[in-house]
Design a protein around this ligand. Structure first.
Ligand code: IZC
Ligand code: ZN
Length: 430
């Protein structure tokens, strides 16, 4: 075809040995469809502006597309290219770190014991309340750069270390600022019900009332959160309190999510499904009935294997049974300074395969398209299809099965977010 008849692309990734597209998913993938990754061999992708314009065989793309004069061509060297990872559960905004508690837990203390004695989340709350917006922004930006180097291009981020109106708003403003700066895209979640702050110690119902009557309305009025989440757990917020908060949030336009049945089976999975929550997260102790209701409602199970790994617990979520029951499964880091201090989605995918027996194909589906559904972003990210945002990662792996097989290393080499290279040969370029 003569040049004049070819269309012009701003970026072309060519010489792709295997392109995982995950194309053609209407909703989140369930059951056997979680194993269908839509791989194309000897492929190329053409990008115009921020969006994917064409996906196909290298020969066809090169016949139909030419590069703009200032366009960028990336050579995938015959290796694996896939959609940018979506991390749908992080506690990104915090000050300080908790390596002392890690050491305590290695000596036998439990997470809930540490929390009850005023440590854990409350330790981070003290430091986060004292930190300025600029300090929190700088800290989170550093972690986002690490996420980007590990292939994450879209991130959910929760508040929850402020636990009062001013400090929750402060955390949510940091998320908004990071979103403005880019290049990663953040989805903001209000998690005022993450712990009971010291000023309400022993008065959980009063704090719930404070969230409903003061903090939530302020968050909604500021337009700073899309989702509302609750840490529904033994000794934190019970089912009744969680339901009250999430119903009040929904009435203000914040869509529900839930930390459900992580350490104790409280009926969190059932509650999330009943409320039509977009996701229920953790679910290590979810009941069979809870899983049935989630499957019926299409509630995404966001599984966080980095957390039991880091806590050193023996049990992981029952991912195989969830997939068999038709629950859409997604994966996330749970990135936080206490229970899962990792930015790496590839590490989480390795754990998912080894500890929960996901297949490599299922782990990739869970980290991309299903994760996008878990944060309401499936229309724009999570697959490689014309019209979607050009969020793509180029790896050192020859094929997708190799990705979780090669463990303990970062397979990601080059990352494109909205059509722009933000990591090149392992270096974050912003
Ligand atoms: O800071 O410990 N589980 N929330 C619920 C967390 C872990 C974060 C933390
Ligand atoms: Zn969490």
């Amino acid at each position: 075809m003569p040049d004049s008849a070819r269309k012009t692309a701003d970026l072309i990734i060519t010489n792709i040995g295997e392109l995982v597209t995950l194309a053609g998913s209407a909703g989140p993938r369930t059951g056997a469809a979680m194993s269908e990754v839509g791989a194309i061999g000897d492929a190329a992708v053409a990008v115009v502006g921020e969006r994917i314009a064409a996906v196909g065989r290298r020969k066809d793309i090169s016949q139909q597309w030419q590069l703009a004069t200032d366009g960028v061509e990336l050579d995938a060297l015959g290796r694996l290219v896939l959609p940018g990872f979506v991390d749908p559960h992080t506690h990104l905004i915090f000050a300080g770190s908790r390596e002392e508690e890690f050491a305590l837990r290695l000596r036998g203390a439990t997470y809930l014991e540490i929390l009850r004695s005023g440590g854990g989340i409350l330790n981070t709350v003290k430091l986060t309340r004292a930190a300025s917006e600029a300090e929190l922004t700088a800290g989170a930006a550093g972690h986002l750069a690490v996420m980007a180097r590990h292939g994450t291009t879209t991130v959910e981020a929760k508040s929850g270390y402020g636990l009062d109106r001013e400090n929750e708003l402060k955390q949510l403003r940091v998320i908004a600022e990071l979103n403005r700066r880019g290049p990663l895209e953040l989805v903001p979640t209000f998690l005022g019900a993450h712990a009971v702050p010291p000023e309400f110690a022993g008065k959980t119902d009063d704090y719930v009332e404070q969230i409903i009557s003061v903090i939530l309305p302020a968050v909604a009025a500021a337009g700073l959160a899309e989702y509302c989440d609750v840490f529904c757990e033994d000794g934190v917020f019970d089912i009744t309190q969680s339901r009250r908060i999430l119903e009040a949030a929904a009435a203000l336009g914040l869509s529900p999510k839930l930390h459900a049945d992580e350490m104790v089976s409280l009926g969190g999975a059932e509650l999330a499904a009943d409320l039509g929550a977009v996701s229920a997260d953790h679910l290590l102790c979810a009941s069979d009935e809870g899983l049935r209701r989630m499957a019926a409602r299409g509630t995404v199970a966001v599984l966080l294997p980095g957390t039991p790994y880091s806590l050193g617990t023996r049990d992981y979520a029952r991912a195989r049974e969830m997939i068999a029951a038709g629950v859409p499964v997604a994966l996330a880091t749970d990135f936080n300074p206490g229970t899962s201090f990792t930015e790496s989605m590839p590490a989480v995918m390795e754990l998912a395969c080894r500890m929960m027996r996901l297949s490599p194909a299922e782990a990739i589906t869970a980290a991309t398209v299903n994760a996008a559904h878990a944060i309401g972003r499936a229309a724009s990210v999570g697959t490689v299809e014309p019209g979607k945002q050009a969020d793509l990662i180029m790896t050192a792996a020859p094929n997708y099965r190799y990705l979780p097989y090669h463990f303990g290393v970062n397979p990601v080499e080059t990352v494109v977010k909205r059509g722009r290279v933000i990591v090149r040969d392992g270096q974050y370029t912003g």
